[in-house]
Design a protein around this ligand. Sequence first.
Ligand SMILES: Cc1cc2nc3c(=O)[nH]c(=O)nc-3n(C[C@H](O)[C@H](O)[C@H](O)COP(=O)(O)OP(=O)(O)OC[C@H]3O[C@@H](n4cnc5c(N)ncnc54)[C@H](O)[C@@H]3O)c2cc1C
Length: 460
Amino acid sequence: MKNLVQRLASITPPQWITTDPLTLDGLSWDALSEGRIHPLKKPETRLPACAIFPGSVNEIRQIVLLANEEKIPIIPYGGGSGLMGAALSVQPGIVLDLRRMNQLSEIDAAARSARVQAGMVLEVLDQRLNEDGFILGHDPWTLPVATIGGAISTNSVGYRAGAYGSMGDQVLGLEAVMPNGEILRTRAVSKSSTGPELKSLLIGGEGCFGIVTEATIRIFPKPEQRVFHAFLFDSFERGFGAIQRAFAKGLQPALLDFGDDDEKNPDGAVLYLVFEGNEKIVEAKNQLAMAIFLQSGGKELPAHEAETFWRDRHATARRFMANRAQLRGRGREGMYRDWIHVALPASKVLTFKNAALMIVEQHGAHLHESGLWIRPELFSMRLGIEDNGVNQAQLALQDTVDELLRLAQSMGGSMEYTHGVGVKLAPLMLEEHGYGLEIMRRIKRTLDPNNILNPGKMGL
Ligand SMILES: Cc1cc2nc3c(=O)[nH]c(=O)nc-3n(C[C@H](O)[C@H](O)[C@H](O)COP(=O)(O)OP(=O)(O)OC[C@H]3O[C@@H](n4cnc5c(N)ncnc54)[C@H](O)[C@@H]3O)c2cc1C
């Protein structure tokens, strides 16, 4: 260990390396709480050997070469806000915290793109872009915490995804240090027809195939206009039908958030819509939305409800990060809670929901909310079960979750559309990808024969 730290200190100045147990404990976890792990599939977690905060690509390259020599894992770390345990330390290794590499290298206004280092926090980047009349197209709850590298590595989806796509959709080109220390630079162009897109190995790759050090991403002009709407439907099914009609007409809001939260909306399901962009386009979409949703049984609610929802969207993440250590525990307030975010063909969403309800009941769990985010195909459920003080409740909830995810897969869907795989969903990767998982494993073995980069994640 001493030898390792000494060798690392010859690469990165010693003040940027820590072996302090408290700091290491914090960096050994992300935002996955223990209560959301299946008790029979819980991986061992280990204190990292050390954490290092590199300042350049060249330093990262040398750290990777050293890790290969010493056969010690590297766990890339961004904001630590991942919800699936993708940044968990499951073997003692080197946590590579990217947050010192936080510079905005260039804004190309005419190309509507920005080149940015991987450790930059999304909100800091967004604020800097705002000064030049642009916005960042990726806007998750965790905007104040998550980094560019973490968002790319989870291919995360945010509030504006209806207009601008997922984080991965916004990546034009990437720079990454590969597991053998070589540097991959992909061309920062909007389209290329020169073979498979290598950047896709890093987008959603959870740090297993390479360490993203810089990205050129699309940026978008500050919206001229933003319009909010809130509608109440007497049931999830009725609102779902209305949303389907809107999409069939080509209406694509920047944000669509729809849910039947049993505590907040006992009268039915609430739909929040945000349209933003060019004034005339927003106005046209606005009129179409009003016509479709009112004709489809929607009751208009005061727009300020949607505005409040939009304005407060980052508060949860700020609260979460302030209490992260306490939230790591098992159940809270006498309940175990979890959720699923599955992608399904829109034609199967309601069938899935009905079948899922039966599964939830069979396991003695409760459904607190069914919801859609961004598009009718992206369906979520929030679940809970009373904590009876023994592991049975957690087991029952996690069995429910597994069964629901398998059901989504069996209906042609995907088990997760936004938070990634990490350790939580790793046991279901074979069902998800079939032979595709073997392809991923072979790519991983070829690129990373010593299994240095983030081992134990994504079922690799
Ligand atoms: C309260 C709350 C709300 C959330 N809301 C959303 C939401 O709206 N939408 C959404 O999609 N997610 C959401 N999340 C999840 C989380 O914010 C996202 O997954 C986010 O993209 C993670 O970014 P991060 O920088 O924190 O990454 P981390 O958690 O640090 O890391 C995530 C993964 O990426 C890898 N990684 C990190 N940096 C790099 C790099 N430079 N190169 C290679 N690999 C790297 C890590 O090893 C790990 O595998 C939420 C989480 C919380 C706690």
